[in-house]
Design a protein around this ligand. Structure first.
Ligand code: GTQ
Length: 344
């Protein structure tokens, strides 16, 4: 593609006059906003080690009482976006949240969608619109846009979970805001897997009056499904998507969620895709290659890969590895921007 004229090629007085009229010449910036062949992402391939995060999170528990934090979170910020912008990718926010025994993070609701993936600790819960969702390691709990949610803790050890939100996109759209509320009355406890038996409450026979009929996806169920699939299918990847069980569509509208199993001594090669991705190790260990970079991930570690990266997941161990994946595919598909390329 041809080199285009630069801003410096224009007379200074002309550029000044443009500025005074709030006008900008396109051609000096055209190759930046429309780069050839593929985007030039700000998102960097990067990993966060849980063993680095955990002591700092526990220290945050000593430094800042929950009443002064509302949500006690250390944000996993991608330096490519500038740390202050609190983005893992252009769409995805990641945070590690700590709740100490007997603490309570009060009810609020906001426009960004959130999920929690439980990393460590027992006997905390999130109440979503009156539905109490117990938290155990690996469980996924949805707190979709506009639904009231609060976190409580009846156990006696700190509980830590990974928050994934579409906050960067919603904030960029100038659509992000929160409302505060009171403690919610609990109307039901979602401690059992729902929908797995093909049964729904009869009042939901056609569709529940919500886009989010399922709020809690227990890890034990997802893990067993992956183990069964790994025996049944010979190819890779062994991957299951978290879906709305009534429609089969992605469980949320902007970010997609799935779980991957890497068999012992298996290498999984993922094709370059237009959507950036996040990987979080639920169980086991994996070597993660993102283009030319390599990261050794242990249990509870988190990493992100930019758009169109070639990703290899290599399990050197004789134990299976289980990985939680978040990606930007749902929003990209809705906007007609999603594509997959061949590995080269
Ligand atoms: O737990 O509701 O990491 O509102 C960021 C914003 C967690 C939450 C975050 C939030 C929450």
């Amino acid at each position: 593609m041809e080199q285009l004229a630069r801003l410096e090629d224009l007379p200074v007085t002309y550029v000044d006059t443009l500025k005074q009229n709030n006008l900008v010449p396109l051609w000096p910036s055209l190759r930046n906003v429309l780069p050839p062949v593929k985007p030039v992402p700000l998102t960097q391939a990067i990993a966060w080690k849980f063993q680095e995060i955990k002591p700092l999170l526990i220290e945050a528990g000593e430094l800042t009482p929950i009443e002064k934090a509302e949500r006690r979170v250390l944000v996993l910020a991608n330096p490519g976006h500038g740390l202050d912008n609190m983005r893992a990718t252009s769409v995805i926010y990641l945070g590690m949240q700590l709740l100490l025994p007997k603490e309570w993070a009060p009810a609020h609701r906001h426009t960004p969608n959130a999920v929690r993936l439980i990393v460590e600790g027992e006997n905390a819960y999130t109440t979503v619109e009156g539905q109490k969702c117990p938290m155990s390691h690996g469980d996924l709990i949805l707190t979709p846009s506009g639904l009231w949610h609060e976190h409580g803790h009846d156990g006696d050890e700190p509980v830590i979970w990974l928050d994934v939100l579409d906050l960067p996109l919603v904030y960029y759209m100038e659509a992000s805001f929160v409302e505060g509320g009171e403690c919610q009355p609990v109307v039901s406890v979602l401690d059992k897997p729902r929908y797995g038996a093909g049964l729904v409450p009869t009042k939901h026979h056609i569709r529940a009056e919500t886009d989010y009929p399922m709020l809690r996806y227990p890890w034990a169920e997802a893990k067993q499904l992956l183990i069964d699939l790994a025996k049944e299918q010979t190819d890779a990847p062994v991957q299951v998507a978290y879906v709305n069980p009534e429609t089969g569509e992605d469980c949320q509208k902007i970010i997609g969620y799935s779980a991957l199993m890497i068999r012992p001594n298996e290498t999984v090669q993922l094709p370059p895709r237009s959507a950036a991705q996040v990987f979080h190790v639920i169980e086991g260990q994996v070597e993660l290659k993102i283009d030319a970079q390599t990261f050794a991930l242990d249990k509870a570690d988190t990493a992100c890969a930019p758009c169109f990266a070639a990703v290899d997941l290599i399990n050197h161990s004789s134990e299976a590895c289980f990985i939680f994946v978040a990606d930007e595919a749902p929003i990209q598909k809705k906007l007609g921007l999603y594509s997959v390329r061949e590995r080269r």
